[in-house]
Design a protein around this ligand. Structure first.
Ligand code: FE
Ligand code: FE
Length: 262
């Protein structure tokens, strides 16, 4: 179950709110983005209320670089465990997003249906914006944008490439398999952005959290769109295609046997 939880510190007291976007009465595709956005904005209203005085008042001093902005006062710098981990994860997803930019054109070009191809192409444009947003987050924190090799995305993308090799061109089975591969990518991104946003809120890095949240919404919408494409059409057609190919094989086998007997 997708869940967003937000926590804010007010005078040392920690409050926590939790919202779920899993709706029993699933909304239509068009209304999902809007509803998702509204729900998140409601939950975020408690985050953006900056604490009057927090525990993170020391000035940043040990960031690795300060490209065009200095880090906010409550960002303690790379010498601190949580800050270092946060930057490390930003570098991980920065690398991952760039890898996805390289991979999506191949996935789009391999898709059988126009609908899936368009979904991949649209998400490619979004992913290019995700890269830019991450650069903005690095900038907000006074850090130089840098990627760090992400073994997870390397593996997931390799798996997608394998799927293209192992499925036949122009089949619905190819599309059903491509959707699964793409959703693995989205889920990795959702997990990473979700975690980064929570850490940013905990550290009082609200501007960074807001930027990352925009991307998280788009990843979640893409994931839902892929589910809908699969459930509404592609999986059913892949099943029909599979039954038809089985019947054809059977009839070919029968005629071969008949030919041998004559
Ligand atoms: Fe992305
Ligand atoms: Fe994505």
């Amino acid at each position: 179950m997708k869940q967003t939880a937000t926590a804010s510190r007010t005078n040392g007291r920690k409050t926590k709110t939790s919202t779920s976007n899993k709706n029993q009465n699933a909304p239509s595709r068009n209304s999902r983005s809007e509803q998702n956005s509204t729900t998140r904005q409601q939950s975020r209203s408690s985050d953006t209320a900056r604490p009057a005085s927090g525990t993170r008042q020391r000035a940043a001093s040990s960031g690795t670089a300060s490209p065009s902005r200095t880090a906010p006062a409550n960002f303690l710098g790379n010498g601190h465990y949580l800050e270092k981990f946060f930057i490390d994860q930003l570098q991980d997803i920065y690398y991952a997003e760039q890898k996805i930019v390289q991979s999506l054109p191949k996935m789009a070009g391999s898709a059988t249906t126009e609908e899936l191809r368009e979904a991949f192409e649209d998400h490619l444009h979004q992913t290019q914006r995700h890269v830019k947003r991450l650069e903005k987050v690095f900038n907000v924190l006074g850090q130089k944008p840098e990627g760090k090799k992400c073994e997870a995305i390397e593996g997931i993308v390799r798996e997608a490439e394998q799927i293209i090799k192992e499925t036949e061109e122009d089949t619905m089975t190819r599309d059903a398999a491509l959707i699964m591969a793409a959703q693995k990518v989205e889920h990795y991104e959702i997990a990473t952005y979700g975690g980064l946003i929570q850490l940013a809120i905990t550290m009082g890095l609200y501007e960074a959290a807001d930027i990352l949240d925009k991307t998280l919404l788009e990843e979640e919408d893409t994931d839902m769109l892929l589910t809908e494409i699969a459930e509404c059409e592609i999986n059913i057609q892949a099943e029909l295609e599979s039954m038809q190919s089985g019947e054809e094989e059977e009839s070919t086998g029968e005629s071969d046997t008949a030919g041998e007997g004559s």
